[in-house]
Design a protein around this ligand. Structure first.
Ligand SMILES: NC(=O)c1ccc[n+]([C@@H]2O[C@H](COP(=O)([O-])OP(=O)(O)OC[C@H]3O[C@@H](n4cnc5c(N)ncnc54)[C@H](OP(=O)(O)O)[C@@H]3O)[C@@H](O)[C@H]2O)c1
Length: 164
């Protein structure tokens, strides 16, 4: 199973100036719970935005640059290669962004784990539109904002409509 994990606002916004748009510790915990122990695939910009390898996960970073190395990550030249390596490690693979990587993987993944953040924020990076002819929402759990989590949000799981 290959799964996209994303947190997006009401207009599908996901980032601005290589940063996330919110601070939601409950979402970070959810992300950690879903992805820990499995390989994660990300674009070079997302890796730079995180700044270090995510612990307890094989970090596979996609880049066309051939002249950089970093301890603790596997750098590959294409998404295809990333998925190939990831699948050798584990059946469960997670694609964790950013915008450029989501655009190119939306058609090949089996599942979307979306955090829908109830906010409308300025952004320069967006998640592709989720086509409801292709994707069906199979689960939703919502949380209200609190002193540590600034917005209301819902965890939503989408799976492919049969036969798509
Ligand atoms: N809200 C969320 O869930 C979430 C999750 C992740 C990221 N984000 C946000 O998204 C933004 C970053 O997204 P982004 O779209 O700017 O960048 P990105 O997708 O993280 O990375 C883009 C880079 O990946 C490499 N790449 C992309 N396609 C490739 C391909 N087919 N083959 C080889 N390399 C490829 C290139 O690296 P090189 O330039 O090195 O060749 C490209 O510059 C940030 O604001 C981040 O905070 C949000």
């Amino acid at each position: 199973m290959t799964t996209i994990v994303v947190a997006m606002g009401e207009k599908n916004e996901i980032g601005f100036e290589n940063q996330l748009l919110w601070h939601l510790p409950k979402d970070l915990k959810h992300f950690k719970e879903i992805t820990s122990g499995h390989p994660v695939i990300m674009g070079r910009k997302t890796y730079e935005s995180i700044g270090k390898p995510l612990p307890n996960r094989t970090n596979i970073v996609v880049s066309r640059k051939t002249d950089w190395f970093e301890e603790g990550i596997l750098i590959v030249g294409s998404i295809k290669e990333a998925v190939k390596f990831a699948k050798k490690i584990d059946e469960e693979v997670f694609i964790i962004g950013g915008g450029k990587i989501y655009e190119q993987t939306m058609d090949v993944v089996d599942k979307l784990e979306v955090t829908l953040v109830k906010a409308d924020l300025e952004a320069d990076t967006y998640f592709p539109k989720i086509d409801l002819k292709i994707w069906k929402k199979v689960n939703e759990v919502c949380h209200e904002n609190d002193e540590k989590n600034q917005y209301d949000f819902c965890f939503q799981t989408f799976e492919k409509v049969d036969g798509k």
